[in-house]
Design a protein around this ligand. Structure first.
Ligand code: NAD
Ligand code: GLY
Length: 368
């Protein structure tokens, strides 16, 4: 088992990575489940596949599971679902010292984490991430949120989990498209600050996606280690270090907004195209060699992940895409910081980018 400490001042915790953690949930929670009653929030897909495993794991140790099974999908990260989930937790009598279980992908983790953040001004929660994206990114670092009519993740809180159990066995039931979307976030860590890890991805990405257990454990543990270091240094995204995790996200969010946050374009798929756009835009500004940008696009394509904006066949202009960026929550006094690259593994935050220039670039990329 890989155990990665997340050394956040005041609330350190561990991320445990191994196949089989859910089947042995109670011992793996290491005393955090202090009452007989246990509240679990999940979605219908995950419940159908993993509900029995969790049910048995809890009952075998004398616990009584209480399930809240939400519809799968991004629309679950909404005010009404949040309110109903908080009411449900209150009815169950959850106290601050209890730990609610969030079993699922980033949608369930973000919603449950936010519910835990506001319940009685903050109760405990444990992340049980079941998608690759959630294991390498969303379950670690304490960003929790819901979406509103104005945009994605606009209402939320920083609230760290008490523990993260990333069961690699969960990836065995994950649809290939979701696995690929999560793999984009794995590649992201290489591009941000670890050229050797990007080279590892080029060598081993296909094996990881095909189910190779060692490659999966290495990639998840390595990615979590990278994220843990970043959030320990800049938990609240105030110094700019954590902002590097947004590589590809500013472009990606514009694509998600343009496609209506629909299942037509998954978050990880938008990030993949967004990372290629960030690389090409960096090359266009003379920051990194064009061949490096194309190397990134080539690797994603080779893994079966769309990397070309033009393949989305969006019926919009570069200006329209750039306009979505104006609603980005990273907007700061009229400027939008972009994560650009000086090379593979050399991401940096650039606060001097003109949106007009970006919209012209996007217009060219839309045309293919
Ligand atoms: P998701 O939670 O919607 O899960 C994707 C799909 O996979 C869903 O249909 C789900 O039911 C299904 N699924 C989950 N686990 C499964 C399993 N083991 N087997 C079969 N099916 C399974 O999406 P996601 O990609 O995990 O997360 C995306 C969300 O995460 C977005 O809302 C995004 O904003 C958020 N996010 C948050 C952070 C953060 O730091 N908090 C970081 C990145 C993304
Ligand atoms: N996924 C970006 C962050 O956690 O900061």
């Amino acid at each position: 088992m890989a155990v990665i400490p997340v050394d956040i001042a005041g609330h350190p915790y561990e991320v445990r990575v191994e196949a089989g953690l859910l089947a042995e949930l109670v011992p793996n929670c290491r005393g955090l489940l202090r009452k007989r009653e246990v509240a679990i929030v999940t979605d219908a897909n995950v419940h159908a596949l993993w509900g029995e495993v969790i049910e048995a794991a809890l009952r075998d140790h004398g616990h009584e599971p209480h399930w809240r099974i939400l519809p799968a999908g991004e629309q679950t990260k909404a005010w009404d679902t949040l309110a109903a989930t908080v009411d449900w937790l209150l009815e169950l009598g959850i106290e601050r010292g209890d730990h609610v279980l969030a079993l699922g992908g980033g949608v369930i983790g973000d919603l449950t984490g936010f519910a835990a953040a506001i319940l009685k001004r903050g109760c405990g929660f444990i992340q049980l991430p079941t998608t690759l994206l959630a294991q390498v990114d969303s379950s670690v670092g304490g960003k929790t949120a819901i979406n509103t009519a104005a945009g994605k993740n606009l209402v939320g809180a920083f609230h760290q989990p008490a523990l993260v159990l990333a069961d690699l066995a969960a990836l065995d039931t994950l649809p290939q498209r979701e696995l690929l979307a999560g793999y984009a976030e794995v590649v992201k860590y290489g591009l941000i600050g670890d050229a050797d890890f990007f080279a590892w991805c080029e060598e081993n990405g296909a094996a990881l996606l095909a189910g190779d257990a060692r490659a999966r454990e290495y990639a998840v543990a390595h990615s979590v280690g990278h994220k843990a270091r970043i959030v320990a240094e800049d938990e609240r995204e105030t110094t700019g270090v954590r902002a590097l995790l947004n590589l590809g996200h500013t472009f990606g969010h514009a694509l998600e907004a343009e496609t209506g946050y629909s299942s037509g374009l998954l978050h990880g798929e938008a990030v993949a195209i967004g990372m290629v756009l960030a690389a090409r835009y960096s090359a266009r500004r003379g920051l990194m060699p064009k061949v490096s940008a194309e190397r990134i696009a080539r690797h994603l394509e080779a893994m079966g992940i769309r990397s070309e904006l033009s393949t989305l066949q969006l019926d919009c202009s570069g200006e329209a895409l750039a306009a979505h960026m104006l609603h980005d929550k990273k907007m700061d006094a009229g400027t939008l910081p972009f994560v650009l690259m000086k090379g593979v593994g050399q991401a940096y935050l650039d606060k001097n980018i003109s949106l007009d220039d970006v919209s012209q670039f996007l217009g060219e990329e839309l045309a293919g």
